[in-house]
Write a protein that binds this ligand. Structure first.
Ligand code: GTP
Ligand code: MG
Length: 135
């Protein structure tokens, strides 16, 4: 089966919608293979978002993602990567369709509630970073 790394970012934890997000994942038929709550170090956050290192918003993104506890999980199932990206909705929550997590719960591009790996390559890399014991 396919696996993807999902994060409920610190804004999602702060707003008490962990259960809401988990419920949507489970209702879809995806399975949670591993899960915990943790606060990221700057080093792990920079490694996670390394593809964005040259973007103007990188420092702000790292500060946000390390700014409080988040929920990290490995989600698995048939085409789990695409299935979760579809549940999450577009990166910009204003463009995200209502009915998606971002479309229903967010308004700002940085604080968009969830992360999901965007390819099998990213999923392997990110699962190794967050759950090395599973990789
Ligand atoms: P992730 O699943 O979190 O990787 O989101 P994504 O794949 O939909 O978007 P992308 O990888 O392009 O960007 C990673 C994260 O950076 C986004 O989820 C946002 O939190 C943040 N981000 C993206 N674009 C912007 C931007 O223009 N400004 C700011 N401040 N943050 C951004
Ligand atoms: Mg991304």
């Amino acid at each position: 089966v396919e696996r993807t790394l999902v994060l409920i970012k610190p804004d999602g934890v702060r707003r008490s919608i962990i259960g809401e997000v988990i419920s949507r994942i489970e209702r879809k038929g995806l399975r949670i293979a591993a899960m915990d709550m943790r606060t990221l170090s700057t080093e792990v956050a920079e490694a996670h978002y390394e593809e964005h290192a040259n973007r103007p918003f990188f420092a702000s993104l790292v500060e946000f993602i390390t700014g409080g506890p988040l929920v990290a999980m490995v989600v698995e199932g048939e085409r789990a990567i695409e299935a979760f990206r579809s549940l999450a909705g577009a990166t910009d929550p204003v463009s995200a369709v209502p009915g998606t997590i971002r479309g229903d719960f967010a308004l700002e591009v940085q604080e968009n509630i969830v992360h999901g790996s965007d390819s099998t390559y990213s999923a392997d890399r990110e699962i190794k970073l967050f759950f090395p014991e599973l990789a």
